[in-house]
Write a protein that binds this ligand. Structure first.
Ligand code: DQA
Length: 147
């Protein structure tokens, strides 16, 4: 069975009411529920964590070393600022799929660089909540192929 950490970064706890024209109307709990449904269909186990704190996200990544086979991560704005988060992903050497609700490449120029993409297995952006499902599918396919 694949064990997967789903990590949501800063401000994603406000999904549902936060700029819905950009990020959609589903709450984080509803997105997690859809991910859980997909995981159940695929026989995978998820742990979903959200934090507004960079260090807490890094701690969750470190902890994942002991139980997870991979992670799906939406680092929020830390995507564009955090070398520490990137280093944490490299340090644990777990496959990580980076996901974004919005297409960061058609937004402000400061969102067009990601520190995470260079160490990610792949990136899914622009499909709203479906980005998470696509990201989880890609990760589980990758883990199955590798098994
Ligand atoms: C985001 C894109 C980031 O630029 C932004 O800071 C977010 C959400 C997305 O999912 O589209 O918080 O990661």
């Amino acid at each position: 069975m694949a064990n997967v950490l789903v990590l949501h970064g800063p401000n994603l706890n406000l999904l549902g009411t936060r700029e819905p024209e950009l990020y959609g109307r589903l709450t984080l709990a509803e997105i997690n529920e859809r991910l859980e449904q997909l995981a159940a269909q695929r026989g995978a186990m998820l742990r979903c964590v959200q934090s507004n704190h960079e260090g807490a996200l890094i701690d969750a990544i470190h902890e994942a070393r002991t139980w997870a086979h991979g992670m799906v991560i939406n680092p929020g704005a830390l995507t564009h600022t955090s070398i520490a988060l990137r280093d944490a992903i490299t340090a644990v050497a777990l496959p990580a799929v980076e996901v974004h609700l919005s297409n960061i490449h058609r937004r402000e120029s400061f969102r067009q660089h990601s520190y995470v993409s260079g160490v990610a297995l792949g990136v899914v952006a622009g499909f709203g909540w479906r980005s998470y499902l696509l990201g989880l599918t890609a990760l589980l396919d990758h883990l199955e192929e590798r098994a």
